[in-house]
Design a protein around this ligand. Sequence first.
Ligand code: DON
Length: 313
Amino acid sequence: MVIMAASTAAPAFQAVLERIADEIGRTPGRGRPAGYIPALAACDPRSFGMAVAEPDGTVYGVGDWREPFSTQSVTKVFTLALDLAREGDALWEHVGREPSGNPFNSLVQLEYENGIPRNPFINAGALVVTDRLQTRTGDAAGELLAFLRAESGNPSLDFDLDVAASETAHGDRNAALAHFMAAYGNIDNPVPALLDQYFRQCSVRASCADLALATGFLARHGLRADGTRLLTRSQAKQVNAVMLTCGTYDAAGEFAHRVGLPGKSGVGGGIIAVVPGRCTLCVWSPGLDERGNSVAGVAALDLFTTMTGLSVF
Ligand code: DON
């Protein structure tokens, strides 16, 4: 891994990042941090960081790009990849790949769709993925953490157990989703054990640099940082495709329209994005819009694809 500090001489990506940070810094109105747990509500909405990683591990960054934040739903991409690598297409019998058009924590579709969530990136779908990964590994959150440490080259990444405990204390909705799917036979593990895994998964703290690097396997068509294969080329395409269509919940159409890249957001204010074959990005700013996506994060990715012409379209 080659770390390029924000101040070092300027490959094209570094100059682009600095222009974006400048533009974002002059834009008022950054949304509001998630308010449902104190650890997220306390974040400063003026924080902003962005990193770009090339497939060889060279990484560029600007602003708070080395500052760890709560990854939350961004982790859903990695658990999806880890489970897909193990069980292949059988996963898709338990979770769909269509946009839900509903908020990420919605219950409404589950009953008339027989406990099969629309996609792996709404909470219900992520719970199914974590449940299946838990069955296959005995420690879904531990597998995720080991993967993130290895791909980012940062062994200090860890869970934030205070955040996980806080999520548990406010976890009635996720518990309802998991119990409801269990009633349809679509959850294998005891619900409290599954929720423990899921909340630890969401609590991982990592920086933009860490996440841009850890997402690299999706730009490398399934190859990990060490050159071994996690996903087939076709599976990497599947993950990128579901990120594009479902990664920003009921705003996925708007995100594709503005940014034109596979992306995945979390309520901690992080968003990862992929330019297959070219680079991966992570942007962080904790102020969210009403659908749970980072306001400055989406704006920065919009600027990136506009300035560079790098999109999948
Ligand atoms: O499941 C939850 O409520 C959170 N721990 C994760 C939510 C999340 O990040 C959804 N994102 N936009």
